[in-house]
Design a protein around this ligand. Structure first.
Ligand SMILES: [Zn+2]
Length: 186
């Protein structure tokens, strides 16, 4: 889907009229005049384009609008079709980037282990974690918590991260983890 506002920011009605539509414009003070390729009358001044306002008006059809409507009027296309055609010309980069962004693979859990899901499955109420000598607040801040299934069942699962923050797994401890009384939790 084309962002109409972004498209309008990438070009202007004068460029569209003279460049994209190749209208035979003549300067008329602050405006441009041209025959209307859609209405096909013999009036060489049927179209008036006012670049300062970004608007046009067709005196034959008694219709007007912005640069997208101008293309729609001249080519007999819908505004959406016009916007897509214009975007291909004036928004090349964005058009090419869009599908790429969508195709970007979502980060996958390594070896079938969903660490995010696992971390959410841990229990962090004070009653769950006080037996390990840690607070619910600390568990909330660090992601550790009581594990209720698998090999760490009944243990405190502590996330193990690389220095860059990447979570690589969990270690399970039973008993008191001897956490310092006061942690600095940013
Ligand atoms: Zn017209």
């Amino acid at each position: 889907m084309i962002d109409f506002q972004a498209l309008k920011g990438s070009t202007n009605i004068k460029d569209v009229a003279t460049g994209y539509l190749r209208l035979e414009v003549t300067q008329d003070r602050d405006a441009l005049r041209a025959p209307c390729p859609s209405c096909k009358g013999d009036n060489p001044r049927a179209l008036i384009i006012t670049p300062a306002k970004g608007l046009f008006y067709c005196f034959d059809a008694r219709k007007g609008g912005d640069l997208i409507s101008l293309v729609s009027h001249c080519h007999g296309t819908t505004d959406r079709e016009s916007a897509e055609a214009l975007a291909k010309v004036y928004m090349n980069d964005q058009i090419h980037d869009e599908p790429k962004a969508k195709e970007e693979p979502k980060p996958k859990a390594t070896r079938g282990f969903d660490s995010e899901k696992y971390i959410k499955s841990l229990k962090r109420e004070q009653e769950d974690v006080s037996r390990f000598g840690v607070s619910a607040e600390l568990c909330e801040a660090t992601g550790m918590g009581l594990c209720t299934k698998g090999i760490n069942r009944g243990k405190l699962a502590i996330p193990v991260r690389l220095e860059n923050g990447t979570l690589i797994g969990f270690v399970g401890v039973s008993g008191d983890v001897s956490a310092p009384k006061k942690w600095r939790i940013a």
